[in-house]
Design a protein around this ligand. Sequence first.
Ligand SMILES: [Zn+2]
Length: 397
Amino acid sequence: MNEKEISIELSHSLSEWGVPKDTQFEFRRGVILVGIGYFRARGNDASSSIEDLTSPSSRRMLRDSNAALTDITAAFEYYLQYEDIIAPIFCYEDMINMDASEPYYRWYNISTRKIEYKLKPKFLGISSQYLDPFDRFRYEEMSKEEHFFSKWLVDNGNKAAIGGKLMEVYLGCHVLRYEVCFHCNSRKSIRWNGASISSWQALVCLTCNATYEVKTKANMEDVESAFRFNKIIGGSFEEFCKIRNSQLQPKMFCVLLPRKSIAKDPHTQVYPVYVAEITKGVPQLYHGAFNKRLPKLRFKTRLSVSLSTKKKWFDLPVPNTPVDVGGIGKKVFIDRFSMGKYCEMKKIYFGDNNDSSSDDESNNCNSNSEIIDAVAEITKGIRDIKIRHTSCATKEG
Ligand SMILES: [Zn+2]
């Protein structure tokens, strides 16, 4: 990768969002300059996340967090206790209800030998004035309490987020105990770093410095197609560059697993865990780029992996009992904030409904699981209610 490739990639990404070249020249230029700045960022400076892992406080954090990985429930509770987010936090609303996806795709026109941009079929029929990304999204700032309450205790039609975290925590528990590093085969060398605010280092190997970015997909078909298309969307591009440019130059791997188990044999259900080495990461714009109240531009990373390195790492067994995600969320929320805040948030999100059943989130378990996400398999206790999406300032940015 070089700087020219980064600017070309961002230019395509801007056009896929429909940002015009003539009227938005300055914005486009700013995006490309920021992207190149991230690309140059070295991982050895004070803000480096990879360096952090060797500092005494990070060592302590890693030791404590890994001691907490006794079982999936304890580990999940630990994760919620330490989960953090960079303020300001915004939720967004996509006024055309298109899941905040970009309206255009790039396409190589053989006759003109140029890349052109075509409207995706699902956007046909929407008037172009509604596609302007600067008008399309409404952003509203939210407090940490609102953010965590909605993330932990309200299913906003996106159980994938908290369910994916639960899977990641469970994967960490299992790897620490039973698996060797995929890269160097060391035993007991992998540490879980999942509660850290930085992306890319959910699992790290203390022997060879390999980092593992964990991604979950709804089911095995989606895992296979993610490898087939080989354009996996990952976390912060700035963090990606810092790790890639750091002195350690760790091998970076992408771990993919389904949130729905498959039958290994007639008696055993498992989550097959696949891994491949990351070869390339390019910046991609997402809806947060159009929120002018965010202090700086953030990009996601579009990853490519080396398919010749793709291998099944191991089969993750299905846990014996479901995890009471809602119950743990409530407990940690009250611990971290207060009972008063919990009641206040509950009123905001669920209204004044004070009948006894409303407090027993577990009653609603699986009520809508098939339309929500296959992760309902091992979670319970998140209530089904549609809210606006939380976004922008998370580590995904
Ligand atoms: Zn290793």
